[in-house]
Design a protein around this ligand. Structure first.
Ligand code: S3P
Length: 435
């Protein structure tokens, strides 16, 4: 579990790259495929540890799932009422999405279960789902401090509620919508700012009625999901590392294929463009109810900006990469309103600030963001704290470093981007994995 990356300074990115499947869409394809009637075929599935954790949980709940083989999965859906009591604790690994979404689904079952996860996940806040689900009648008992493991006593007679989310969280919204499939009446969730809408889109693809009314999305219980085909787009969050790498490394020109460009996910493109990045969105098309496009990225002189607050939830997973862009931009970049970053797979504000300091870049963490003054930096040893996105961000930082960057604790890159080392090396990043 202690794999490190050693990345030589310099280099440029080029060629055509298809990054692995979207993590959010992959989780949801297993979840909805399992509770649909009939066989759902998934292509482009992310064979990363997080999505595989969700898959293994549904196997433990009695669903036959074949694959993944080269990104293909067949889910033999058991219908909304067909899940069976598991005879083990359900392990979500590093995956907050698995735990929060499944808390909603499992709270509505006629059996009890327990959800746990790795050391990072066991530090993450779960009251944000447990409390609104309790208002629906769910019985979820977190451990101390509202953290995992979650002991769930199933209650097949949940009631729909109207809930205004205090945090802009797609995971909370999705947990409530999944519980709402089983609840009496209508479950309405209002978001304080737009968040990724993959659950709503995919429910519709499975033939389940979802209403959207401004900032409020609602479902009514008692319907059915019908099996379908899901083609998973390449993950814009994984593509983001190459967008930043190609922007900062002189003479780069890379094309990222079939990237999901759902407008609730493309904050990173908007922010990079505002910084002066040269990104071209080519051949926009649709894949399984989600917009996709190829994205061409060429090097550019970036400039620091104030990141607009409304873009924060639309780029929430991309800030580790964006901080590297900011460290290579002229002038100051300021991020505010992003306190959620402190409760991701690591405290991404502190861990990124420490890593930037370790390589000699100028960054000042704030309670809800970061102030970064772009300029030259040296190199050095960075601890990713087991956070996949931090590891990949600092690997890309080497493209403009003066000396080698070593990133420690990179094994969790496999949660979202299996093959990162090979893919980025093929694109031109001088990266090596040390045992
Ligand atoms: C996700 C939602 C986001 C994101 C996470 C995946 C999802 O979390 O950070 O990586 O698939 O719904 P929040 O909804 O808690 O912001």
């Amino acid at each position: 579990m202690t794999a490190s990356y050693s990345v030589q300074p310099g280099g440029r990115l080029g060629g055509t790259v298809r990054v692995p499947g979207d993590k959010s869409v992959s989780h949801r394809s297993i979840i909805l495929g399992s509770i649909a009637t009939g066989a759902t075929r998934i292509t482009g599935f992310l064979e990363g540890e997080d999505a595989l954790a969700t898959m293994n949980i549904f196997r433990a709940l009695g669903v036959r799932i074949d694959g993944p083989t080269a990104g293909e999965v067949a889910v033999n859906g058991v219908g909304l009422r067909g899940l069976r009591a598991p005879n083990t604790v359900l392990d979500c690994g590093n995956s907050g999405t698995s735990m929060r979404l499944l808390a909603g689904l499992l709270a509505a079952q006629p059996f009890d279960c327990e959800l746990t996860g790795d050391a990072s996940l066991r530090k993450r806040p779960m009251r944000r789902v447990a409390e609104p689900l309790a208002a629906m009648g769910a019985r979820i008992e977190p451990a101390e401090g509202g953290r995992p493991p979650l002991r769930i006593r199933g209650n097949p007679s949940l009631r729909g509620i109207d809930y205004a989310m205090p945090v802009a969280s797609a995971q909370v919204k999705s947990a409530l919508l999944l519980a709402g499939l089983y609840a009496s009446g209508t479950t309405r969730v209002t978001e304080p700012a737009p968040t990724r809408d993959h659950t709503e889109r995919m429910l519709a693809a499975f033939g389940y009625a979802v209403r959207r009314d401004g900032a409020t999305v609602s479902v009514s219980g008692g319907g059915t999901l019908r099996a379908t085909e899901i083609a998973v787009p390449a993950d814009v969050s994984s593509a983001a590392f190459f967008m930043v790498g190609a922007s900062i490394a002189p003479e780069s020109d890379i094309t990222l294929e079939a990237v999901g460009v759902n407008p609730t996910r493309t904050g990173v493109i908007e922010i990079l463009r505002r910084m002066g990045a040269d990104l071209t969105v080519l051949e926009p098309r649709e894949l399984g109810g989600e917009p996709v496009a190829d994205i061409r990225v060429r090097s550019a002189d970036l400039q620091g900006i104030e990141i607009p607050r409304e873009l924060v939830p639309l780029a929430i997973d991309e800030f580790p990469a964006l901080f590297i862009a900011a460290a290579n931009a002229r002038g100051r970049t300021v991020l505010r309103g992003a306190e959620e970053l402190r409760v991701k797979e690591s405290d991404r504000i502190q861990v990124m600030a420490d890593g930037l300091a370790a390589i000699g870049a100028q960054a000042e963490p704030t309670p809800d963001g970061m102030v970064i003054d772009g300029g030259a930096y040296a190199g050095g040893v960075v601890d990713s704290h087991g956070d996949h996105r931090i590891a990949m961000a600092f690997a890309m930082a080497a493209l403009r470093a003066r000396a080698k960057i070593v990133v420690r604790d990179c094994a969790n890159v496999a949660t979202s981007f299996p093959g990162f080392v090979e893919t980025s090396r093929r694109a031109g990043l001088p990266i090596e994995e040390l045992a």
